[in-house]
Write a protein that binds this ligand. Sequence first.
Ligand code: ATP
Ligand code: PRP
Length: 208
Amino acid sequence: MLTIAVSKGRIYEEALPFLEEAGITPIDDPKTCRKLILQTSRDDVQLVIIRATDVPTFVEYGAADLGIAGKDVLLEHGAESLYEPLDLKIACCRLMTAAPKDAPDISGRIRVATKYVKTAQRYFAGRGIQAEIIKLYGSMELAPLVGLADCIVDLVDTGNTLKANGLEPRDLIMNISSRLVVNKAAMKMKHQAIQSLLDQFEKTLAER
Ligand code: ATP
Ligand code: PRP
């Protein structure tokens, strides 16, 4: 049996059609069913439905053999312990800095609100900018509006969320898409099964 970890939100919306094209269709719909382990049209493949940020952890510890995770989450988790063989090119967006529209650049120490603490630390340190990082779990766009931070590091797609809150995108940190990750031990122990799934996924991607 191969177990694939998928998150329920945004990634699932795009991962489901991809998996279906690759011949893996869940028997139950996770939107209407409360099951966290979903059997699929393939007897040898099951899905576990978890939080997006938990996908690397499940795969790293071998609780899932494979997973689908955003590059943003992998960067923050530190993905050295995982194989990342495929860019699935789904849930595409950009990890960016953003600040209130027309706000002048701040010289000296800045306060940055984000849920990507390590990534933001690395980014600002790499540019020689002193930054105090404030960890938030959501609604980052609010932080500059209420004086909690000078700017934010967050995901941007259409830019509508920034615009609706009087912010503007500033610097691109990285283009983001979802990646297929694989547990290193499983890659050895279940090599044939995983390799044939990877081949199938690659074929499906090429046909898109
Ligand atoms: P959690 O449930 O763990 O708190 P979350 O609420 O951030 O995570 P989602 O909003 O479903 O979960 O986002 C999951 C992933 O989808 C992100 O890690 C990112 O890779 C991608 N993503 C997030 N926002 C966007 C967006 N606006 N456009 C495209 N992809 C996005
Ligand atoms: C993500 C991200 C931004 C928004 C950007 O949030 O955190 O807030 O999408 O997308 P846009 O540029 O198209 O407006 P999401 O909608 O996933 O909600 P969240 O706060 O639960 O992360």
